[in-house]
Design a protein. Structure first.
Length: 418
């Protein structure tokens, strides 16, 4: 027989599920199109995973660092084996959950159901979002927590205090989240929430030892440029305009406060010190529904013949975003023009070298490049033995040759050391 505490918990869950079922809507054609967008994005992610290798930073974290991100990656690899798909699949899964939350927020916040499809498509194309879903980064998890809190606020008009409490112990970026909720609570005259969030902010700052000191340095423009790259330059400008619109028009939801607080906190800190973009920038993406709402509002309040200007403006924003997304997923095509390394070169060659060594039956080899040696370790190639891998000039026929798009970008020989 269940004890009274468990009976109370079960009763609470039944009541919550009953309340939720009363607001449940039926599945419609828009949901099907959402699934097509989301699954297409996931398919592109897995296609990209098949093309890249583990980087040195990721390999170092995988073998030596203790954090939730690498613990999750290690658990996945332990279950599914030492391969890139197992390594990165949990983060693609988080990306899918984020798209689901973005879509759910759009269905509750935007005027028309089809608007939420456009919102999901824009979100799935953001360069920063794609980086966080392919690489071993905490950004996706930060976005997930932020979107979940915003969804509860939009759907049920409540503050999810339990989710906020748990976020205290996850990452230092939660300090921004607590600040945003403080500003929201001040606006809505919620003194208990203010005290709760200030306490959470203090605990988070203490646990993660966030340094906000320093003296003015030249990181502000660098951070501004990095933000523009992660959002896409024109979209970043338009996004800031819509957040300003939301604040001046008193859009009373957490998305507005989180988006504005994240951007302002990051830029203010960058005046005094170098900022880890992976920690503070991702949270600002939760304000994306506000941008989509602003765009459609600007269009729909005008007669059809006066909408051309707004359509052209957003077409330019969308075209540049699409170009950046294309360059990200088709970056290997740059080797058609030149054998020089591109921006993704840190994520290449290790897998191919490991496959080449295994084709010779080699499971251990000596390398001068310690970074490459650590990357090869993930693919089952240990360091040591009486064989040595040396790099030779590109184009020279070697024991291992790596070609992308028909161009030889790396050549290696295997020699005996004894």
């Amino acid at each position: 027989m269940a004890s009274p505490p468990f009976q109370n918990i079960a009763l609470y869950l039944k009541i919550w599920l009953n309340q939720h079922s009363q607001t449940k809507r039926s599945f419609d054609i828009v949901d099907i199109f959402f699934l097509l967008i989301a699954l297409s994005s996931v398919a592109l992610q897995f296609m990209m995973i098949g093309q890249i290798s583990i980087s040195y930073k990721e390999a170092y974290g995988f073998f030596y660092e203790k954090s939730f991100v690498f613990d999750l990656a290690r658990l996945s690899v332990e279950i599914f084996g030492h391969n890139d798909y197992a390594l990165r699949a949990p983060f693609v899964g988080i990306h899918f959950l984020n798209m689901l939350l973005v879509y759910a927020i759009g269905r509750n916040y935007l005027k028309k159901p089809t608007d939420s499809l456009f919102l999901t498509l824009i979100y799935a194309m953001l360069p920063g979002v794609n980086f966080s879903s392919i690489l071993l980064m905490k950004s996706g998890l930060i976005i997930l927590i932020s979107l979940w809190i915003c969804y509860i606020n939009i759907r049920y008009k409540k503050i999810p205090y339990i989710a906020l409490f748990l976020s205290v112990f996850i990452d230092s970026s939660s300090s921004v989240l607590f600040l945003a909720v403080v500003f929201y609570a001040i606006k809505n005259k919620m003194p208990k929430t203010i005290m709760y969030c200030l306490g959470g902010f203090a605990i988070n700052m203490y646990l993660f030892d966030i340094d906000i000191g320093g003296r003015p340095q030249g990181h502000f423009l660098d951070m501004l440029g990095e933000m523009a790259m992660l959002f896409s330059p024109f979209l970043f400008i338009y996004y800031n305009y819509t957040l300003y619109w939301a604040i001046t028009k008193h859009q009373n939801n957490l998305m507005t406060y989180i988006g504005v607080t994240s951007l302002m906190f990051t830029l203010l800190l960058s005046i005094r010190q170098s900022i880890d973009a992976e920690i503070f920038i991702p949270m600002s993406a939760v304000g994306l529904p506000i941008m989509i709402k602003s765009f459609f509002n600007d269009m729909r309040i005008r007669l059809p013949r006066f909408r051309t200007h707004y359509r052209v403006r957003f077409f330019v924003v969308f075209a540049v975003l699409f170009l950046e997304t294309f360059c990200l997923f088709a970056n290997k095509w740059s080797y058609v023009l030149s054998a020089k390394d591109n921006f993704a070169s840190n994520y290449y060659i290790a897998k191919e070298i490991a496959q080449g060594l295994k084709a010779y039956g080699i499971k251990a080899i000596t390398l001068k490049d310690e970074r490459l040696a650590l990357r090869l370790r993930f693919y089952g190639i240990q360091t040591g033995g009486d064989l040595r891998l040396i790099k030779i000039p590109n184009g020279t026929k070697g024991d291992i040759g790596i070609k992308y798009m028909g161009r030889n970008i790396r050549s290696y020989n295997i020699i005996k050391t004894k």
